[in-house]
Design a protein around this ligand. Structure first.
Ligand code: HEC
Length: 148
């Protein structure tokens, strides 16, 4: 058996073994634990020259979002109102909207359950929807549509 020079000193040996175990456990855990799911999500946004259109947004919103978030972004029994101070621009940035649409979101602010990802919708289409929602927010005094 390999005999290291310091292994004859019991205390050093214990410290050595303890370090070895801690390091092994750390390595095994670090390698086997998945990253937090969210940190791997890559949110896709529209190109830099994209110009959002509120009217297009309204149509897309009624097709993809209003069943849960209400025709006027005022909420339903399936989902919360988006014209609400929780979702105003300085609290939920546009990025939160792109992310929610692409990946869905876990129930965390309300008790409606999770929001599933919205299939078949592109980042520019989401951009139009955000414009519409920001306009709805601004009509009740939450931020201004111009900000976004
Ligand atoms: C099947 C129902 C459903 C549909 C369809 C849906 N949502 Fe949601 N959405 C929810 C629920 C429920 C929540 C609330 C989750 C919570 O915070 O508890 C939510 C939350 C959100 C949030 C907040 C995310 C966050 O980070 O807190 C945004 C933004 C959002 N929805 C945007 C949209 C848009 C835009 C659409 C349409 C493209 C849409 N949703 C379609 C159910 C839905």
């Amino acid at each position: 058996m390999l005999k290291l020079p310091f292994t004859s000193r019991p205390l050093t040996r214990i410290v050595c073994l303890a370090t070895f175990y801690v390091a092994t456990i750390y390595l095994v855990t670090a390698c086997s634990l998945p990253d937090r799911k969210e940190s791997r999500l890559k949110v896709v946004v529209p190109p830099i020259d994209f110009v959002a259109d509120e009217q297009k947004g309204e149509l897309l919103y009624s097709e993809y979002c209003s069943a849960c978030h209400g025709p006027k972004a005022d909420g339903t029994r399936q989902g919360p109102p988006l014209a609400h101070h929780i979702y105003k621009p300085n609290h939920h940035s546009d990025m939160h909207f792109y992310k929610a649409v692409q990946f869905g979101t876990y129930q965390h602010h309300w008790r409606f359950g999770n929001m599933p990802p919205v299939k078949g919708i592109s980042p520019p289409q989401t951009g139009h929807i955000i414009k519409f929602i920001r306009a709805k927010q601004s009509t009740i005094g939450l931020g201004t549509a111009k900000e976004h």
